[in-house]
Design a protein around this ligand. Structure first.
Ligand SMILES: Nc1ncnc2c1ncn2[C@@H]1O[C@H](COP(=O)(O)OP(=O)(O)OP(=O)(O)O)[C@@H](O)[C@H]1O
Length: 230
């Protein structure tokens, strides 16, 4: 279980509070107006933003003393941060072997992640030689390899067309199934939230609301959500 215990996040002129839990294995969309604090919330869970007060706990453990790399978290951004001079296979292997001396077993793991994300033929290409959809798949292959229990997605597919985005969302669900990950995904598109199924956290007016059943929330939106949806 992910627990945000009386969490307070602040930036100059900005304050967000969150006080709720997310059950293990949940698939949760995070929606809300621009600047409401969705990315800040994910970054606090990932350890890139220090809370002003309160705690982030995973399975009862306070994550405060863990650096981002030590947290049980994979975070994917829109910009996938691949090294341009390395092949896709090398970029993925880097996650398992930071000095790029992967063992045969690690290479096999990389090959499997590529196959699973439909990239088996593209392992020797460099990032610049990939389409947006293929780059999105590489990000998911990375998440598969890391197999961390918390998968945080910050609008990773915003730049993709509707069909590709639907594909990617299906693949997120597959990765979550394969790794048992709990998924939190920021999106501006209510359809993404509905496609992800599960629950939705509304971030608005300085509060990240506890997750609610997505279908129920959209069927009867509170004012902040109705205003956002327009
Ligand atoms: N490093 C920072 N320094 C100062 N202010 C920041 C910093 N990061 C974020 N903020 C401010 O915190 C607030 C929340 O930003 P955040 O990016 O979390 O919102 P968001 O809901 O993800 O927005 P969007 O949907 O536009 O991406 C904004 O007012 C933003 O300007």
């Amino acid at each position: 279980m992910l627990q945000l215990d009386k969490l307070v996040l602040t930036e100059p002129g900005f304050r967000l509070v969150a006080d709720f839990s997310v059950p293990m294995g949940a698939r949760v969309a995070i929606i809300g107006p621009s600047g409401a604090g969705k990315s800040t919330l994910l970054n606090a869970i990932a350890g890139f933003v220090q809370p002003e007060a309160g705690r982030v706990l995973w399975q009862g453990q306070d994550l405060a003393s863990l650096s981002p790399g030590e947290r049980p978290v994979t975070i994917l951004f829109q910009d996938q941060n691949l090294f341009p001079h390395l092949t896709i296979m090398q970029n993925l292997a880097l996650g398992l072997s930071p000095r790029l001396r992967p063992t045969p077993e690690q290479l096999e793991q990389v090959a499997q992640a590529l196959a699973r994300t439909g990239l088996a033929e593209l392992g020797n290409r460099r990032p610049a030689e990939l389409s947006g959809g293929q780059a999105g798949r590489v990000a998911l292959a990375r998440a598969l390899l890391r197999a961390r229990p918390l998968l945080l997605l910050d609008e990773p597919f915003a730049a993709l067309g509707p069909a590709l985005k639907a594909d990617m969302l299906a693949m997120v669900a597959e990765v979550a199934d394969a790794t048992g990950a709990t998924v939190l995904m920021v999106t501006h598109d209510p359809k993404d939230a509905q496609r992800l199924g599960g629950q939705t956290i509304l971030v608005a007016d300085g509060t990240a609301q506890p997750p609610e059943d997505t279908a129920r929330l959209f069927a009867n939106p509170p004012k902040a959500l109705a205003d956002y949806l327009g």
